[in-house]
Design a protein around this ligand. Sequence first.
Ligand code: C2E
Ligand code: MG
Ligand code: MG
Ligand code: MG
Length: 274
Amino acid sequence: HAKAQPRASFQFWSEDINTRLHDRLALEIELRQALRDDLFLLHYQPQFTFQNPRLVGMEALMRWQRTPDQLVMPSGFIEIAEESDLIVDMGAWAVLQAARQVAQWLQAGHQAVPIAVNISARQCLNRDLVQVVRLALLETKIPPHLLRLEITETTAMTDADQVIGLLREIRTLGVGLSVDDFGTGYSSLAYLKRFPIDELKIDRSFVMDIATDKDDAAIVRATIALAHGLGLKVVAEGVETEEQSRMLAAKQCDIAQGYLFGRPQPLDSITGLL
Ligand code: C2E
Ligand code: MG
Ligand code: MG
Ligand code: MG
């Protein structure tokens, strides 16, 4: 009949939506279980100075060991986790895990370099973050500057006043703070001055084209100059070629992170670097 037509197409549409909702929900449940079963792990990407490369830090990047031979990258789970409070628990786990790793390296007599942990927006608007950091420091007794937090520029701008208040408390504990993916949001450095940060990470998209795009080269040069004027250290993300590295060094960039210097790697191989 005439009436059956729209109804049928509506059913198609709704089944499709239902399937997707179901998939997302199923993934969220699986992630929650994975957190309980301790199936998340951290890989570590080294950071070096440009001049006579010296290891000065590393970034902790989360991975999910979904099955013995399936390692899932953040693009496969962070977004879903961010839609629920799950990201808050996962982030708390990452902070504690990183602090414990620093403590373990110190106990083993290794060189001490700071580990930076990524913090998502939802976690940054959650007061518990201060307590999570405080407890991690208390439990591990590591020097606080060996723990760093990275928040993206977009997160910083989400609810700037609230984020600033929370970050001040964390900074008071002695923990370092970086603004991640800088240049992708809409803030100016003048505005960021209000944030109690000590480091800025230039987004990979600017580094990628630094050798071929005059505008990107100019943006990077100006960003570094202003950041230094504000007393911030500058990290370049995603350094992949010698040419990019040379240009960044010439612009006085402080720290390099990228495949040219080292990929994110499991605990065992990064420990070998220390
Ligand atoms: P991010 O914090 O900007 O981390 C840098 C990403 O760039 C990492 O991807 C890293 O593997 C990749 N990368 C580093 N050097 C290069 C390079 O030379 N070339 C290219 N093409 N890529 C490079 P990864 O590990 O897949 O992480 C992606 C994003 O997931 C991170 O971006 C971060 O936003 C998020 N993430 C990772 N771990 C966590 C976590 O523990 N908590 C939260 N909330 N987010 C996390
Ligand atoms: Mg990061
Ligand atoms: Mg980044
Ligand atoms: Mg990025």
